[in-house]
Design a binder for this molecule. Structure first.
Ligand SMILES: *[C@@H]1O[C@H](CO)[C@@H](O)[C@H](O)[C@H]1NC(C)=O
Length: 309
């Protein structure tokens, strides 16, 4: 009897080990340190398409690295449409990260069908890529995300309709952010394409840090009426238009660190506006002209020369 039990136990252990192993497509590796592991797939070693059933456990967190070239439309991801959020480990958001090879010439080519069937993705990040084109509605197959982050690289070919069909909103993920971020990215032209962000009517945080903005206009943000946090750090503009925050009634935190403000009194309209509308400005405002000085948006600390009524 004891013999039989031991043999049974042995079989059981073997089965358990077999089932807990991961299955990884060639070119990918699996880091199982966390309860929901991260698959990292090396673009230079991958055979496309990446097939959903080639991953076990399911690829809730997936990163493609060393990208330099095409993510073929309709041939990059296969079978992912059967991935249901009901099967997620709710301790993590589902995430997809595309990271280009760290070389000046590295490029990413995506098409309108690259992300077909990828509606399961809740966080999307594109890192260090020279993205030559963001075609019309390129992310619409992802439908909605908690965050879209474009960081590093160059966002060439961004157009008014690039983000059409994608929503950014609080999803039920841990530390939900409702965030659009573009940071440390070259934005050719120095301005946002008209209406680029206008589809993001539920977005709560917008970060446009160090993207070389030479100006920003009210219409860039006028549809983002749920906004609570706006960061415009380290850009090239020196003034902001006096209607920039019109309609953004929930805005409560503004970060303009690293802006070389032109502090003529008219240009400082936003200091009084911030007080009246309950907007905290982190780190205050550093004037570049007429002289270098720090002004804080407090009622009497604006500047002796600019007393607002
Ligand atoms: C939604 O996102 C904001 C940050 O943008 C966060 O402060 C808030 O807690 C989130 N709400 C939920 C319900 O997760």
């Amino acid at each position: 009897m004891a013999m039989h039990f031991k043999r049974f136990l042995g079989i059981f252990v073997v089965c358990f080990l077999t089932f807990s192993e991961s299955t990884v497509p060639s070119g990918c590796s699996y880091d199982s340190t966390d309860s929901v592991g991260i698959y990292t797939c090396d673009f230079s070693q991958l055979g496309f398409p990446l097939v959903y059933y080639g991953f076990s456990p399911a690829p809730q967190r997936l990163k493609l690295k060393n990208i330099n070239g095409n993510l073929p439309g309709s041939g990059t991801f296969s079978g992912f449409s059967s991935y249901s959020s009901a099967s997620f480990d709710t301790n993590y958001a589902s995430s997809l990260e595309l990271e280009c090879i760290t070389s000046a010439a590295a490029s990413l080519t995506i098409t309108g069908t690259t992300f077909s069937g990828m509606g399961y993705v809740q966080q999307l990040k594109i890192k260090n890529c020279y993205t030559s084109s963001f075609p019309t509605s390129v992310f619409s197959n992802i439908i909605e995300v908690d965050s879209l982050i474009i960081t590093g690289g160059t966002a060439a070919g961004l157009a008014s309709d690039s983000f059409t069909g994608l929503s950014i909103k609080n999803l039920s993920v841990p530390n939900s952010q409702s965030l659009f971020e573009m940071s440390n990215t070259v934005l050719p032209g120095g301005t946002l394409p008209a209406n680029l962000l206008s589809g993001f009517t539920d977005v709560k945080q917008i970060v446009l840090d160090n993207v070389g903005l030479t100006s920003i206009s009210a219409s860039d943000l006028s549809s983002n009426t749920m906004l609570t946090y706006l960061s415009l750090k380290h850009n090239s503009f020196t003034t902001i238009p006096s209607d920039l925050f019109t309609g953004l009634d929930g805005l409560n935190l503004l970060d303009v660190t690293g802006i070389d403000w032109d502090c003529s009194c008219d240009n400082l309209w936003f200091l009084e506006y911030a007080i009246t509308n309950g907007i905290e400005i982190t780190e205050g405002v550093i004037c570049n002209t007429p002289t270098s000085y720090l002004v804080k948006p407090s009622k009497n600390g604006v500047s002796d020369a600019c007393q607002f009524s």
